[in-house]
Design a protein around this ligand. Structure first.
Ligand code: PEP
Ligand code: MG
Length: 763
């Protein structure tokens, strides 16, 4: 019998005679068993006490007197380090590790090598399991796996004997605020519901591996059928009887677009499910003596560890998909429902959340969601925006600190969540919600109207979109077109670069939905933080400034040409606008334009008009404007990247978020200069960075003469309302004198805000 099976079989014997083995004698018996099987001179069990102290609770090989006496803080010594990082340490020369903390009472100075495995359950550290040997050696992968499996079993036993929640007592009842990043706007007040990982398997060990493999296969099929059912549930509703060609209502077309996009995402998710290759690992774990459910939990835990070490946000997001799937597989194994009923409008708190789970929770009526490890590009976040569910990412520790039923305020606009809010804060938010619904009712009338300032100057408000589901927002907001179609988003949601024909179908759908309204398609902006699976990022110190976007497109032109052909095919004789991202030199723009013109010469029918523009995201273009303006048809300013390159401030760094202000003399001077030169050359300028949807920024951009603002759908109606009350000549006058007097200021936000407030503009 192999070591893991033999060890697990002996563990089963040990457990068969006890209700739990978390008592001191039993932990010693466990340590003895492990030391014997792994041929280690030492095996010790450290158990977490009081949330941050690891106490030596059992040992074979260290001095017996140290049990109960040796205590380490989380982060202290190698054992504390394993707990703090939640990672296994495998060290042949432990004593020379910088974190080694010598405790004379243990006598451990005699042992050179150490293997320390954190004992974790549902994301919490319950202890650390350690083996040590005199001889310096690195433990082999099988030994590591055995100890990790035992740690998983031990976690269940410790959890059964100890309190489930880390935070107990007064701390759990006090109001708390958590900063977060906004994934989808909106404010909700409601009771908390916790998205816990699936309950621990009841049965950890099994005698009959063949039977467990069969159970796994059956559960796998059930899960696959469930995903297929979800996908077919997301199919657009059938057309009206009688084949009527009547225009669908905005609501029904929104439903069907949202449905088809959920479908896109679920299809991608199914690929993850099929491709992950982890079923093989689950089978191996079953052959090693685990029950099917314990094997799934074990392999999911392993994947979680591996993915946690990956910094790429896109790949980390796939972790949520995998966990979603493991939870589904576990529930089909024990035949349980994953999610119970919730109070309507409840706020879901999750560490991670997959897209299928979000759809489940949405169907049960949640009002908002906080995903601790969620990012704006994650599947769940994309769906939350499409479904109109306010959502936050980050807010580390919120899951740990909440009890089900606690009241919470989720502020998706400002990026914060309050647990157990004070009455005063809650009342304040209730007023905001009321005022907002009153305002929204007022905005509805603006839907059909174009944006004009009070004095009659038209401003074009357009949409930033990336998924077909967002197209319904054109009608819902009355936007004048799509100012930025991020072509990479659909591919990221799919998890693959799709072929020319499929791309053309997507772009044609976008143009069909837009009708006569213009669409500015931006070519693939991959790289940096937007990576496709299977294309490992090059080793780069600064990926945002690395080999990304148009740089990839020009160095590997086949991909870019395929995309350009797809766009031309989709236009099928209609007018087409294409722009290139991350252009740094006129030479790059010329090279990209030449590729587009070469494709255009081949594709028939040719587009009725071909408009070729550039994003302005890299400051160097500002000093090439005379040449650039002669060759491009339009410029779209990407302030998200422009700001990061102008101020050398990573757009994703939380500590820098409010450090540099777009409403500051250098940025205003840059934009004023751009507008003046572009106007002179007759080239239209738009701004499509996030700032275009913020009231004070939008006001200022219009004041500087920017004629088109492109933004997420949520910004269109509020900005229309703001502009409707704006006396533009008066504001321009004010802005000119402000810029003259503000040289050297870090920000001119305050005076602009005061001007707007004094005129009761809707900010
Ligand atoms: C920008 O940089 O402002 C922009 C619109 O592009 P993205 O946010 O997709 O990088
Ligand atoms: Mg950009």
């Amino acid at each position: 019998m192999s070591t893991p099976r033999r060890l697990l079989a002996r563990l089963r014997n040990l457990m068969a005679h006890r209700d739990d083995v978390a008592g001191p004698q039993d932990l010693n018996a466990l340590a003895e068993l492990i030391a014997g099987e792994l041929v280690s001179e030492v095996c010790s069990v450290y158990v977490m006490r009081g949330g941050d102290i690891l106490e030596l609770s059992a040992t074979i090989g260290l001095r017996a007197g140290s049990v109960g006496r040796v205590r380490l803080r989380v982060g202290e010594g190698l054992v504390g380090l394993a707990a703090a990082t939640a990672e296994t340490l495998n060290l042949p020369d432990a004593q020379n590790h910088p974190a080694f903390a010598y405790r004379p009472e243990t006598g451990e100075d005699a042992f050179a090598s150490l293997l320390a495995v954190p004992v974790r359950r549902a994301g919490r550290i319950l202890g650390v399991l350690v083996v040590q040997n005199r001889a310096p050696r690195r433990y082999d992968p099988d030994e590591v796996e055995v100890l990790e499996t035992v740690a998983m079993l031990l976690a269940e036993l410790l959890a059964a004997g100890g309190p489930e929640r880390a935070e107990t007592g007064l701390g759990a009842t006090l109001p708390r605020r958590f900063g977060a990043s906004s994934l989808a706007p909106g404010i909700v007040i409601g009771p908390v519901v916790l998205h816990t990982t699936h309950a621990a398997p009841h049965r950890l060990l099994a005698d009959d591996p063949d039977r467990e493999v069969l159970r796994l296969e059956q559960a796998w099929e059930t899960m696959q059928r469930g995903i297929d059912r979800m996908i077919s549930d997301q199919l657009p509703e059938p057309a009206a009887p009688g084949g009527s060609k009547a225009k669908p209502s905005a609501a029904s077309s929104r439903r069907s677009e949202a449905a088809s996009a959920s479908r896109e995402i679920l299809e991608a998710y199914r690929l993850v499910a099929a491709d992950a290759g982890w079923l093989r690992r689950v089978n191996e774990a079953i052959r090693g003596g685990l029950s099917a459910e314990a094997a799934v939990a074990r392999v999911a835990g392993e994947l979680r560890d591996r993915m946690r070490r990956i910094s790429d946000p896109y790949l980390r997001e796939r972790l949520a998909d995998l966990e979603d799937m493991a939870a589904r597989l576990l529930s089909s194994l024990d035949g349980a429902q994953t999610i119970a009923a919730v109070a309507p409008g409840a706020i879901l708190l999750a560490r991670r959340l997959g897209p299928a789970e979000l759809l489940d929770w949405h169907a049960r009526g949640i009002g908002g969601v906080v995903i601790e490890e969620g990012s704006a590009s994650g599947h769940a976040a994309i769906l939350a925006r499409a479904l109109g569910i306010p959502a936050l990412g980050g807010a580390r520790g919120v899951v740990e600190s909440a009890d089900p039923g606690d009241e919470a305020v989720l502020d998706g606009d400002e990026g914060q969540v309050f647990l157990r809010p004070e009455q005063e804060l809650k009342t304040g938010y209730l007023h905001v919600i009321e005022a907002r619904s009153a305002r929204q009712a007022g905005w509805a009338a603006l839907r059909q109207r174009k944006a004009v300032t009070q004095d009659g100057t038209p401003v074009r408000l357009m949409l930033n979109v990336g998924l077909a589901m967002e197209l319904t927002q054109l009608d819902a907001t009355g936007a004048e077109g799509i100012g930025l179609f991020r072509t990479e988003i659909a591919m990221l949601a799919r998890g693959a670069v799709v072929d020319t024909r499929e791309q053309a179908a997507v772009y044609a759908r976008v143009m069909d939905a837009a009708g006569d309204r213009p669409v500015m398609f931006r070519t693939l902006d991959l790289g940096g933080d937007k990576l496709l699976p299977g294309s490992p990022p090059p080793e780069e110190e600064n990926p945002a400034m690395g080999w990304r976007s148009l740089r990839i497109g020009l160095d590997r032109p086949a991909l870019l040409r395929r995309q350009l052909r797809a766009l031309l095919l989709a236009a099928a004789g209609r007018p087409l606008s294409v722009m290139f991202p991350m252009v740094a030199t006129v030479a790059e723009f010329r090279a990209a334009k030449a590729l587009l013109l070469a494709e255009a010469a081949r594709v028939r029918p040719a587009p009725a008009a071909l408009s070729i523009g550039t994003m302005l995201e890299i400051p160097a273009l500002m000093w090439q404007l005379p040449a650039l303006l002669k060759e491009c048809d339009f410029i779209s300013v990407g302030t998200n990247d422009l700001m990061q390159f102008l101020f050398a401030a990573d757009r994703g760094a939380p500590l820098l978020v409010n450090r540099y202000d777009v409403l500051s003399p250098p940025v205003l001077d840059l934009l004023a200069d751009l507008v003046a030169q572009a106007d002179h050359a007759g080239v239209p300028v738009s701004v499509c960075g996030e700032v275009a949807s913020r009231p004070l920024e939008a006001l200022t951009l219009v004041g500087l003469g920017v004629g088109t603002l492109s933004m997420p759908a949520s910004g269109i109606l509020p900005i229309k309302a703001l502009l409707a009350d704006l006396d533009l000549p008066a504001f321009r006058h004010f802005l000119t004198s402000l810029r003259r007097s503000a040289a050297g200021a870090a920000s001119v936000r305050e005076p602009i805000a005061t001007w707007a407030r004094e005129r009761s503009l809707q900010l």
